[in-house]
Design a protein around this ligand. Structure first.
Ligand code: GRF
Length: 230
């Protein structure tokens, strides 16, 4: 099970029942939408309590409002300083007291104190087969490196960027003539499958982090679960 996050867990805000969950976004929010759709379909037992964005114009905020999820904007570009914006986000999260924090296209590196406040309770999805291609422009890097495979990884967040323990990967072959756009489209189809799946494992008490070891169904994993192209 996930260690208690201090969440009220009365499920009186947001959508769904179960682990009180915050989703952090910066952009279009298609992964957020996939999570919402899975909750709505009855396939994911979490309470999506709030969507937080560092940008007021993130389209994911519109998706959240349409789904009936409270939203919160911490406008980083309107803050006096980066530490001040980080502090606002930290306090916003503390106030919400989520059991689980899901980064879904949140384009800021979180400070260590924020990450360390949610040990084993903060997830990210990164569009590469980690540990390959950390950071930005992963599609370009994969094509330019001549990789034969690319994909996306759900991992626990630790203070080191894109370096936390991996949980599940979606893996696809890079085709002849592949472009960044075509690769992104194929990879993202898989994100909408593996991210709700990993979140569901946590919600069902099947997945946890012990030190740097990921445990699934009462056993340590020696490698992330691999899902091949659908
Ligand atoms: C995803 O493709 C994810 O891999 C990366 O950011 C993107 C966010 O897309 N971390 P969206 O906002 O969920 O559409």
């Amino acid at each position: 099970m996930v260690a208690g996050g201090g969440g009220v867990n009365d499920n009186s805000i947001g959508i769904g029942n179960g682990l009180r969950t915050a989703v952090l976004i910066s952009g279009s929010g298609t992964n957020l939408q996939a999570i919402v759709d899975r909750i709505r379909a009855g396939g994911l037992d979490i309470n999506l309590a709030q969507v937080l964005s560092d940008r007021p114009d993130a389209f994911g905020l519109t998706r959240a409002r349409e789904a009936g999820i409270p939203t919160r904007v911490i406008d980083y570009s309107n803050s006096n300083s980066r530490p001040e914006a980080d502090e606002k986000l930290l306090i916003a999260l503390e106030t919400l007291a989520p059991d689980l924090v899901v980064l879904a296209g949140f384009m800021r590196i979180l400070p260590p104190d924020m990450v360390n406040a949610y040990p084993g309770r903060m997830l990210n999805i990164h569009p590469s087969l980690l540990p390959k291609h950390r950071g930005l422009h992963t599609y370009r890097k994969a094509i330019q490196s001549g990789d034969t495979w690319h994909g996306t990884t759900v991992h626990y967040v630790t203070p080191d960027l894109d370096a936390g323990p991996s949980i599940i990967q979606y893996k696809i072959p890079i085709r002849d003539g592949e472009t960044e756009a075509s690769l992104r489209a194929r990879v993202q189809r898989g994100e909408y499958v593996i991210y709700p799946r990993a979140i569901g494992w946590i919600a069902d008490g099947r997945l946890s982090l012990h030190g740097t070891d990921v445990w699934l169904d009462d056993a340590p994993m020696d490698a992330p679960v691999i899902v091949e192209e659908i």
